[in-house]
Each structure stands twice: as C-alpha cells, then as structure tokens.
Design a protein around this ligand. Structure first.
Ligand code: HAM
Length: 417
C-alpha cells in the first residue's frame, strides 16, 4: 500500500467540515474588512525565500523543500505566504500611484520540513493577511484585531495575543550588542542551536524552546530598555489602539519570531492552556525594498488553519460536528424515482441541502442512510400517493408525518427548516 508522506494528513470528515467552515468565515470576514483575495504560486524561485525570510533562519536552513525542476531552475515549495505576496506586489506593481492601503488575504498550503508532532505538520495550511502602504500604528492594531476577532468568531476563547516590539534598526543594533555582551560568558550553558544562533541571529535565542526556562535567559537584558524614543512611542500607540479595540493582549518580550523580515511590532495568538501559537505576524517595513521593490511599509499575520481545526474540535459539542442534512428523498420503484430526481433538484436549487437514494437501496437501508446523514426530514415517495399528487414528509426527530401536495413540498420545507 502506498501511504501518505510523513507529516501530512488527509483532510476528512469532521476536519474537512471544520475546514470549510473556517474558509467560509474567512471569506466573509475579509469582505467586511475590505480585503482582496490573492493567490500566488505554491512554488517559487528559492532565492525569494533566502532573501525574504533570511538565509540564517531555521526555516531556510533546515525546513525548506528545495528541488531543481526539469529546466534546471532552483525551486522551493513555499514555507510561508508573505514572501510570495510581496513578490507579486512588486512584480505586478500593485503599489503604483496609490495612497490607500493595499490589503490582501490568502489561504493555502505551505511546506516545512519540521519534526512532525501534534499540530505540527510538513504540509500546513495558513490563512494570511498582508497590508501594504501604511506605516500608521492604527493599521497594526486593525490587523491584530482582525486576527483576534476572526479566531473569536470561530468560538475559540482560550487564547491571548502576545505582543512585542523589535524596535527600529538603531534599537535592534544596540540591543543585539547588549545581549551578546551579556550572553558571551554564559554560552556554555545554552543549547547547541543557541550557540550557533549567538553568531547568526542572537535575538532568536530569546524564544528558544529548549532554553525557555533557562535562568541565563531569564536574566538577559530586555529590548524595552533599548528602544529609541520613536520606537517606544510607536509601540505605546499600538497598545493604545488595542485597548480601544478591546483586545485581550499581554506584552511578551521573548517574542522575536522565526522570520527575519520583522521590525517594530510583532505578535502571536497563543492558546492559554497549551501555549500553542495558532498564528503570528508583525510589521515588515524593509521587506518590499529588500526584494527589489520601492520603500513600502507593510504589516500582516498568518494563522495556522490545522491548529485552528484542532482547537475547534476541543470546544464544539459532539452534536455540532456530526453531519446533518435537511432532507432525504426516499424512492423505490421507477415511477417514484422519476418524481424523486426532479424533487431533489428543486430542493437543492432552493438552498435546501438534500440527498436522494441513488443507489437502489431497499426502503430499510434508506431509513438507515437518512439517519447516518442526520436528515432532519424524510421525504417519502410512494406510487399510490403519487397518483393522487401527494407526498409524505416525516420529521425525523419527532416522527410526525405530513401529507403534502407534491407542488407544496419545497415551500413547506423552506417554511419549516
Ligand atoms: P509563522 O509564525 O511562521 O508566520 O506561521 C504562522 C502560523 O502558521 C503559526 O502561528 C502556526 O499556527 C502555523 N504553523 C507554522 N508552522 C506550522 C507547522 N509546521 N504545522 C502547523 N502549523 C504551522 C508566518 O508564516 C508569517 N508569514 C506570518 C506573517 C504574515 N507575517 C507577516 N505577514
């Protein structure tokens, strides 16, 4: 038997239904926030991610799926969505002559060669939002709030937003120096990865999962002490807006994010119980320019859809997850089938979710199937009744029966569902 690749899963049954629900809600939400849909390729030139995400990040050094295509081009399956959207904004000159904010959202699969475990996959799905052309703290708050209320609308309450600022370049240079000076005599006490991060990307040591309870890190200098006046004011302003927008947030100075393109405000949506990041984002004012575009400030986030599905499964009652259709149309002989196909089509074209016995099942099996599908109403066609133009509709939970005129069935269901 050929099995699925390690770290992937087939989206089935309940998970598939939750996925569709998330995707429909995302569409609605984005529409209300005036955000346009964008789709970029799942594979891109490897250089995009090297330059975009950062050549020394874990994602680029250890986790990308790289290959040469048949034309000898160096290709990478996208590990995240931001770099591709930025490439598209530049390539299609989407920023030309505009003074409004450009906002895009996407939903799609990303690929990271990570060690698979619960909630961590090699093929993952993200919903992402990217907003370009505004450097106002107001839009940072708007974008944080969009993610926050989207997660809440899914019914997930067990999370908070953890925010931090990485400051501007001056803040970061000063802080990185202070952090290195502090860590240098303590290097032996850190994990192997952190020892190499000390050379390549010292800030990443702060959110190391291995060293998270290490006393050395607990006593390390904090970025807040190194912020320039501008950077501090900006962060304070974002927090002020978050208060106005009623966002439950806390400042966590260990949030530095695993991608190199961020500056200023960064954040993660973290579950309170298991401390899982169900999403994360930040401002990235230099990325567009670094990838060859104009100077264009930007901010955005990505939500892990696979992780949202796991969270929703924890809170939804069993009943809400079971399949429930509106009506099941039952028929046995040829005459009944002729009426049934036309009736089921009418129901469906009138927004009633309906199924029909299209597998020549016995009456007994049809009752069973209707139960499996959670049919609210059984529509029972019977030759004798049909001759008189009558159809029986049975409410499956109460077993109450209604004899209706064939022409009334659709309207009756519309009124009773
Ligand atoms: P990220 O933090 O790398 O950010 O990923 C965003 C979210 O994707 C995570 O919080 C997590 O929920 C989910 N995720 C990441 N890796 C996996 C995995 N292996 N399995 C399951 N879920 C995963 C970004 O990707 C940025 N592009 C976000 C962004 C957009 N920043 C600015 N704009």
């Amino acid at each position: 038997m050929i099995t699925k690749p390690k770290g992937t899963y087939d989206l089935l049954d309940i998970d598939a239904r939750i996925y569709t629900y998330i995707s429909n809600l995302a569409e609605e939400f984005m529409h209300n926030y005036n955000i346009d849909y964008i789709r970029t390729p799942i594979f891109e030139a490897s250089e995009l991610f090297h330059r975009g995400i950062g050549g020394t990040t874990d994602i680029v050094t250890k986790e990308t799926y790289d290959f040469k295509d048949r034309g000898d081009r160096q290709i990478t399956l996208r590990p995240e969505g931001t770099a591709g959207v930025v490439r598209s904004v530049i390539e299609n000159k989407l920023y030309g002559n505009r003074n409004d904010v450009l906002k895009y959202y996407y939903m799609g699969t990303m690929y990271r060669y990570e060690r698979p475990q619960k909630g961590r996959f090699r093929e993952l799905t993200q919903i992402g939002v990217e907003a370009f052309n505004s450097n106002e703290p107001m839009i940072d708050a708007e974008i944080i709030s969009l993610g926050y209320y989207f997660i809440k609308s899914l019914g997930i309450e067990d999370f908070t937003v953890q925010i931090n600022t990485l400051g501007d370049e001056t803040s970061r240079t000063d802080y990185t120096k202070a952090l290195k000076d502090y860590l240098k005599p303590h290097l032996e006490g850190l994990c192997e990865d952190c020892k190499s991060r000390f050379q390549t990307n010292p800030l990443r040591i702060l959110d190391c999962k291995v060293d998270k309870d290490n006393e050395i890190l607990k006593k390390a200098p904090r970025i807040s002490a190194f912020l320039t006046k501008d950077a501090k004011e900006r962060f304070d302003k974002v927090k002020e807006y978050l208060n106005i927008l009623d966002i439950d947030y806390s400042v966590n100075e260990n949030i530095v994010r695993g991608l190199d393109y961020y500056d200023h405000n960064v954040w993660e949506y973290v579950t309170d119980t298991e401390k899982v990041a169900i999403g994360g984002g930040g401002r990235y004012n230099s990325l567009v320019e670094n990838l060859g575009g104009p100077s264009l400030p930007a901010v955005g986030f990505g939500l892990g859809v696979d992780r949202l599905i796991l969270e929703i499964k924890k809170i939804l009652p069993e009943k809400a997850l079971t399949k429930q259709i509106d009506a099941y149309v039952m028929c046995v002989n040829e005459e009944e089938k002729m009426h049934a196909v036309s009736l089921v089509q009418d129901l469906r074209l009138n927004n009633i979710q309906a199924e029909i016995n299209s597998n020549n099942l016995s009456l007994k099996s049809q009752f069973k199937t209707a139960d499996t599908l959670g049919a609210k109403y059984l529509i029972i066609l019977n030759s004798d009744d049909l001759q008189k133009g009558i159809i029986t509709v049975k409410e499956n939970s109460t077993k109450e029966e209604f004899k209706l005129d064939e022409s009334e069935v659709v309207d009756w269901l519309i009124g009773n569902l």
